[in-house]
Write a protein that binds this ligand. Structure first.
Ligand SMILES: C[S@@+](CC[C@H](N)C(=O)[O-])C[C@H]1O[C@@H](n2cnc3c(N)ncnc32)[C@H](O)[C@@H]1O
Length: 307
């Protein structure tokens, strides 16, 4: 089962009131949503996910706590429109716990993991058009190299892309372990024993399949515009590319512009609309790190709308 990361830290940071309207952008197996629902007895929770199984499971789980919630089967990139259709234009708390859940990683048929053999898929939304198989079999050498470098931050991006293109001249690449072997053949042994060479490449493919970074950028802008005064957004990220996007966006909307900074009294309209609640990202406690391996790469950042 999924072990929710930074659970107490994220829920406390949302500053929930009894009547808060909250949004969980990444419902998953409802670890965070359950805690939210318990704290907003007279409020309401809207919870998004694009994974049918997670939605089905979590709907039952949440209904044992309260009826004040709705699960919404959608990519969170459409959350603002979906909420508007439901008559909701402002909310008090928004949570993102990004990435895939442990059950998604462990379901071998979904192809997220380089540890078991499975068809190369990696779609969080099973109706999505792009699969990892399509990418490795049709993208050009240049495009493969670019995504491995940008999204996987892999030093071996060029040689792995080259080996993929060479391999597929003879045979279509179909399974995860077939790809793992191709990746291994492109990485020198002494690099391979330091860390599993497929980790970064699988991360890169997953980001490309689900367009994860663009989706996050657009959604953060929408979420900032959805907050009531006093409302908060909490984001848990699992790798540096996601964390950089959140960090930069939060800094951009909380900074005082250079011209105003020098003034003795900064006019009200020059003050930022948001305040950083976490100056530095919050990391998991030692106790959580000992219990949950996924927590090692997690960072929590929080922002509040102040005017
Ligand atoms: C790390 S899990 C969330 C776990 C959850 N907080 C819990 O405690 O059980 C991330 C979930 O977000 C979903 N997800 C990721 N990106 C999404 C997106 N763009 N739109 C909708 N759901 C998304 C995944 O399908 C997955 O179920």
């Amino acid at each position: 089962m999924h072990d929710s990361v930074l659970l107490t830290e994220a829920i406390d940071a949302l500053n929930l009131k009894d009547n808060s309207i909250a949004v969980d952008m990444t419902l998953g197996f409802a670890g965070h949503s359950s805690q939210i629902l318990k704290r907003i007895k007279n409020g309401y929770l809207f919870a998004f996910d694009q994974d049918e199984e997670a939605l089905k499971f979590s709907k039952v789980k949440l209904s044992k706590i309260s009826d004040n919630f709705q699960v919404i089967d959608s990519n969170f990139v459409y959350a603002k429109e979906k909420l508007k259709e439901l008559g909701i234009e402002k909310v008090d708390a928004i949570l993102y716990d990004l990435g895939v859940s442990s059950p998604q990683l462990d379901e071998d048929y979904r192809g997220f993991s380089y540890r078991f053999d499975a068809p190369l898929d990696m779609r969080m939304d099973k109706n999505g058009k792009i699969t990892a198989k399509l990418i490795v079999n049709t993208y050009s050498y240049e495009d493969l190299k670019r995504i491995f470098k940008e999204y996987g931050e892999s030093k071996a991006a060029a040689s792995i892309a080259r080996n993929i293109v060479k391999y597929r001249e003879n045979k279509e690449i179909i399974t995860t372990l077939e790809l793992v072997d191709i990746i291994k053949s492109a990485v020198p042994y002494k690099e391979r024993i330091k860390k599993h060479p497929a980790k970064q490449i699988f991360q890169a493919l997953r980001i490309e399949v689900n367009d994860e970074l663009n989706v996050l950028k657009k959604s953060l802008d929408d979420s900032l515009s959805l907050l009531n005064i006093g409302g908060r957004i909490a984001v848990i990220t699992f790798h540096s590319l996601e964390d950089k996007i959140v960090k930069h966006k939060f800094l951009e909307v909380t900074k005082i512009d250079d011209l105003s900074k020098g003034l003795p009294n900064i006019p009200e309209d020059k003050l930022p609309n948001f305040k950083l609640i976490t100056k530095k990202g919050i990391k998991a406690s030692d106790e959580e790190l000992a219990r949950n391996n996924r927590a090692h790469s997690a960072t929590l950042r929080v922002i509040e709308k102040i005017k």
